[in-house]
Design a protein around this ligand. Structure first.
Ligand code: 5GP
Length: 253
């Protein structure tokens, strides 16, 4: 059996060379990290849930005309995606204050913002992904003005879609992070939503109770992360009721 080529290993995913040119296999690990990997653990079943949830969101975005890198899910932990050049920015959209925005500006967590606020962070773990402005992005040539217009429009479309989907299952989309990739079609390049969309990269609060159903459960030691993600998956109908992320084999007598 031929060993496939590992292209990159990150904190939550491994990328392998795909079966056809221009494709990549994205493998979802169970590793959870927070605070720039100072806190880490292995959460059984997280990778399976995120693979499913990211498939669900990326497919939904595709069906309303938002381009993504997603091609198809391959198995429990892997999906096939289009190879793209990742723009070195974390694009964050916030509907309610939380996390670093609350800390930075002294706004109570949960305060509804007057409009969605889009922030950009430079993707560099050694620097702790610092917040940057469009001036930095232009000066250091991380993206062009046309890219930035497209990124803003993509980010707001993703926000509208995700907010609506979540609202439909009683969940408030507080904020999220996406990454954007460039794909080349002959002489043309276009931007697509890349990486993953999952409770690892969103803040999701139950509308009724305020219960956190995202990675803050891990960051802030609020209980079982698998239970929280399973709840999101069940509400969205991504996992059938009664199923667990890691279905154990059953002995047949
Ligand atoms: P904050 O800036 O408040 O820490 O994060 C804002 C939103 O972006 C949260 O939903 C958070 O999960 C997401 N986010 C920010 N940085 C990262 C990151 O490095 N990795 C992931 N997975 N999500 C991030």
């Amino acid at each position: 059996m031929a060993r496939r080529k590992k292209i990159y290993e990150g904190k939550a995913k491994i990328l392998y060379e795909g079966p056809e040119p221009g494709t990549i296999v994205q493998y979802f690990k169970d590793d959870a990290t927070a605070f720039n990997a100072e806190k880490r653990d292995v959460i059984e079943g997280k990778g399976v849930l995120n693979n499913r949830l990211s498939e669900y969101f990326m497919t939904g975005l595709g069906s309303i005309g938002v381009p993504t890198h997603f091609l198809r899910r391959l198995n429990m932990r892997e999906q096939l995606v289009r190879a793209c050049e990742i723009i070195p920015l974390e694009v964050i959209v916030r509907n309610y204050a939380a996390g670093t925005m609350s800390k930075r500006l002294g706004i109570e967590e949960g305060t509804q913002l007057p409009r969605p606020v889009v922030e950009y962070c430079y993707k560099d773990d050694s620097l702790g992904d610092p917040l940057v402005t469009e001036e930095h992005i232009a000066a250091f040539n991380w993206a062009t003005q046309q890219d930035m217009d497209d990124i803003l429009s993509l980010a707001l479309r993703v926000n509208d879609f995700l907010s609506g989907v979540m609202y439909g299952v009683g969940i408030k989309l507080v904020d999220f992070k996406i990454e954007i990739g460039r794909v080349y079609d002959g002489d043309f390049q276009r931007l697509v939503v890349a990486d993953e969309i999952s409770p690892d990269s969103c803040r999701l609060w139950d509308i009724e109770t305020g219960q956190k159903l995202d990675k803050d459960v891990f960051r802030r030691d609020l209980g079982s992360l698998t239970d929280a993600y399973t709840e999101v998956a069940k509400r969205l109908g991504v996992m059938p009721k009664g199923a667990t992320a890691m279905a154990k084999p059953t002995l047949i007598n």
